[in-house]
Ligand binder design. Structure first.
Ligand code: FES
Ligand code: FES
Length: 191
């Protein structure tokens, strides 16, 4: 196992959102702090810093991981994706981000970057999830604003659109949640 001098900064090289990057970190530096303070990827948020809230979630070699539970030195040579890279293949926002916007799936936005990264990973592995499965996946994230309903809608709508079919989610017409996604609006027009 590689050993480090705990008082000496280490140069870390990795691929961040498709670009080779490097920076210095002490061996005890968290990946979340390295991304934010050394590499300037401040889209990754830090909430609890002990693995509970999910705000700091990034993709490490394509798999969602809490960046507050990893050391920066563990990211050496790895591919890291943060929310800043989520729309790399898209013209503007990614389809998932657009679905969040259409469905009002965020309010303060503090949790959103982490949730988006988990959803991005999840939909790659599970392209046709049920509502219950999406809710279970989201149980790894704390959102104090939304009540999750519109986040679930956005994820299901993204999955359905990728599969070319409508999503079976009842419109939420409760006060303050009257915004409907295009699939639901189309269903209302057809009814
Ligand atoms: S800041 Fe990492 S899980 Fe909360
Ligand atoms: S949108 Fe505010 S915490 Fe989730």
């Amino acid at each position: 196992m590689k050993t480090y001098d705990k008082s000496a900064p280490v140069r870390i090289e990795l691929v961040l959102n498709g670009q080779r990057r490097s920076g210095l970190a002490e061996p005890r530096t968290l990946l979340s702090d390295f991304l934010r303070h050394e590499l300037g990827a401040t889209g990754t948020h830090v909430g609890c810093e002990h693995g509970v809230c999910g705000a700091c979630t990034v993709l490490v070699d394509g798999v969602a991981a809490r960046s507050c539970m990893s050391l920066a030195v563990q990211a050496e040579g790895r591919e890291i994706e943060t929310v800043e890279g989520l729309n790399r293949a898209a013209d503007g926002l990614s389809d998932l981000q657009q679905a969040f916007r259409r469905n009002h799936a965020l309010q303060c936005g503090f949790c959103t970057a982490g949730i988006l990264m988990s959803c991005a990973d999840y939909l790659q592995r599970k392209p046709d999830p049920s509502e219950q499965e999406v809710r279970e996946m989201l149980s790894g994230h704390l959102c104090r604003c939304t009540g999750y309903t519109n986040i679930v809608k956005a994820v299901l709508e993204t999955a359905a659109a990728r599969l070319g079919r409508p999503v079976d989610v009842a419109p939420d017409t409760s006060p303050g949640h009257a915004g409907l996604g295009p699939v639901e609006q189309a269903r209302l027009v057809d009814a």
